[in-house]
Design a protein around this ligand. Structure first.
Ligand SMILES: [Zn+2]
Length: 226
């Protein structure tokens, strides 16, 4: 039987932010300049990305938001049937949108859209960004979000498992972590950013498999890569 892909064409998940935009944001910030347009651009992309992650979280918990109604500015929640298999079919009462759970699932698979152990971080950003009125408040919300972590849900809620930035910034996990570690912070950098950066690095160091290069070799010698 051919796979039923009906309904997928209405779904568009917001992409991750390209690294060059984040890099520029921090380069300007390090010089004490707040580029309002760039902050707005990055901040809004992150907002859409967090909303997509939370929409998928809701869908997995049984509340699927109709994408066709959403485009028209209406919020319609289509309940996911009790029968949880891939063939379970969902139909919107308000418009004609319909999809199987299997087809819906395929639209977000392998795209780093799983909320995992960082739900609170994504929710906090959506609220904080909505409230932020100044470029400064916006950049602080952005900075906080991209330095968040996923935490182990079951075994140990205090154990960080991976940086949340991988859900938000383009690239592979270690690649994105290294990128954050190397962002420019100048003398004019806001104190909050600087201290969060240090906290972030300390937390990364608590994730056993995530070894980033040491910041400054203690003896000043070259740390050769093996
Ligand atoms: Zn609808």
């Amino acid at each position: 039987m051919a796979e039923d892909t009906t309904g997928q064409e209405d779904i568009r998940w917001a992409p991750r932010v390209p690294k060059h935009k984040i890099r520029r944001l921090y380069e300007w910030e390090s010089k004490g300049i707040l580029d309002e347009e760039l902050i707005e651009d990055v901040g809004f992309m992150l907002l859409l990305r967090c909303q997509a992650i939370l929409t998928i979280r809701d869908a997995r918990e049984g509340r699927v938001k109709c994408p066709r109604c959403e485009r028209e500015g209406a919020t319609t929640i289509v309940p996911r049937p009790q029968e949880r298999g891939p063939d379970a079919r969902m139909e919107c009462d308000r418009c004609d949108w319909a999809i199987t759970w299997g087809a819906y699932h395929k639209t977000y698979q392998h795209k780093q859209l799983h909320s995992g152990g960082a739900v609170a971080a994504f929710e906090t950003y959506v609220k904080a960004y909505g409230r932020a009125r100044t470029p400064k408040a916006k950049i602080l919300a952005i900075d906080r979000l991209i330095h968040e972590f996923h935490y182990s849900l079951r075994t140990d809620p205090d154990q960080p498992t991976r940086p949340a930035a991988v859900n938000l910034i383009q690239g592979k996990l270690t690649d994105v972590a290294r990128f954050l570690d190397e962002l420019t912070y100048g003398e004019a950098a806001t104190a909050e950013l600087e201290s969060r950066r240090r906290e972030w690095r300390d937390t990364v160091d608590r994730i056993p498999w995530m070894a980033l290069p040491a910041r400054e070799p203690a003896d000043g010698s070259d740390s050769e890569e093996r």
